[in-house]
Ligand binder design. Structure first.
Ligand code: FES
Length: 375
């Protein structure tokens, strides 16, 4: 195997400060076994991580979770990140974002807030998150705007809300959104458990894209809309995380450092904890971060593929979840020997009566139950 090429510094430090969350979203990207990683770094640990990340060269810092607002030291962390010179980003459901906390974040210098919605209707928003949060999110959106932050919204799109996409865009416009990300669900973690119920049909996707394009033209002067097509339908592997250990350094609530949110599940890899190693050692020297850098680790069909530099073989986690082998080509690629598994999932979404099974909501008890069963 060729030695991995020497990476540059990470651009993004993603601080997943907690897995605790008041919502129970059926498409949550937190690991299904999140309840077995309940320990959280202390304030001082996070402050050290922020310093080390900046010394390493990271320029953007995202605070996410779980719901990061459940950490009552978040203002301190944001303030320190800002003081260190990061561009700071809070990724939140809005639950817990009071006037007082918003003022404190403003004083701390927070640059950017990304607010998530589940849908444009109270019924579906509250059903999908299993909480009554729709009205609160509307209120929070207004409070964010009043304080002069740009309104940045994110909605995960899937079979249960894709039909409302025009109304979702309209709602974003009413709330003054300047940027709207309509991100089709990615099938990992809780979304993978619910894949059958969440996967849209081709016709639904085509119609949603057409509606989005109409709105894009109509709102071109005031809103940027990003429609992220699911890679299952595209038949084209994505350059996941912009390359393994290339741009993003994620630190999970218990301090485990990862190249992506879900890499901890990959067999045969171990990832260091920030309590034991510096971020510099983790980024440049840990076997876990070096494992899938570049193209030297590839086997066929990726090794001789003309697109290998563009997509870097797709997503390692998806290769493991679908093909059972993290070194395999991402099965969304038609050249993958396991591509028929993706086609089967797409065909299931076309069958009448698809999506009838009950949804599995993200929930600590469910997480513990699955851990106990080894699921
Ligand atoms: Fe882990 Fe793609 S999500 S490599």
């Amino acid at each position: 195997m060729n030695a991995p090429r020497q990476p540059g510094p990470p651009m993004w430090l993603l601080a997943e400060v907690t897995y605790r969350c008041p919502l129970h979203c059926v498409f949550c990207y937190n690991p299904v076994d999140f309840a077995s990683h309940e320990q959280e770094l202390s304030t001082d640990d996070w402050l050290r991580v922020l310093r080390e990340g900046r010394e390493l060269g990271a320029v953007q810092c995202g605070f996410s979770g779980g719901e990061p607002l459940l950490r009552d030291d978040l203002e301190i962390l944001v303030g320190e990140a800002r003081r260190l010179g990061y561009y700071t980003n809070l990724i939140t459901s809005g639950v817990g974002l009071t006037e007082a906390r918003l003022d404190a974040f403003k004083a701390a210098g927070l640059d950017h807030i990304q607010l998530s919605f589940q849908d444009s209707t109270r019924e579906i928003n509250d059903f999908l998150s299993h909480t009554r949060t729709f009205d609160l999110k509307q209120k929070v959106a207004r409070m964010i705007r009043e304080r002069g932050w740009p309104m940045v919204m994110n909605v995960v799109i899937h079979r249960l809300n894709i039909g409302q996409i025009g109304r979702i865009i309209e709602m974003a416009d009413e709330l003054g959104a300047e940027y709207l990300e309509l991100a089709n669900a990615q099938y990992y973690s809780w979304a993978l458990l619910n894949r059958e119920q969440l996967m849209p049909s081709r016709e639904q996707l085509r119609a949603a894209e057409a509606v989005t394009n109409e709105w894009k033209a109509k709102l071109a002067d005031r809103m940027r809309i990003l429609f992220v097509v699911p890679d299952y339908h595209e038949g084209k592997p994505k350059k996941c995380m912009n390359g393994w250990g290339n741009v993003f350094l994620t630190v999970t609530p218990d301090g485990t450092a990862l190249p992506c949110h879900t890499a901890r599940m990959l067999p045969g890899l171990s990832f260091p904890n920030v309590a034991d190693s510096s971020l510099r050692d983790i980024w440049y020297d840990s076997p876990g971060f070096n494992r899938y850098r570049g193209t030297g680790w590839m086997k066929q069909p990726c090794r001789d593929c003309e697109h290998k530099e563009e997509d870097l073989g797709g997503c390692r986690c998806q290769a493991y979840l679908i093909a059972g082998d993290a070194e395999a080509a991402d099965p969304v690629c038609p050249k993958s020997p396991k591509h028929e598994r993706v086609l089967d999932a797409l065909a299931a979404a076309e069958r009448p009566g698809a999506a009838q099974r009950p949804l599995i909501f993200r929930d600590p008890q469910e997480s513990r139950r699955r851990c106990a069963e080894g699921a």
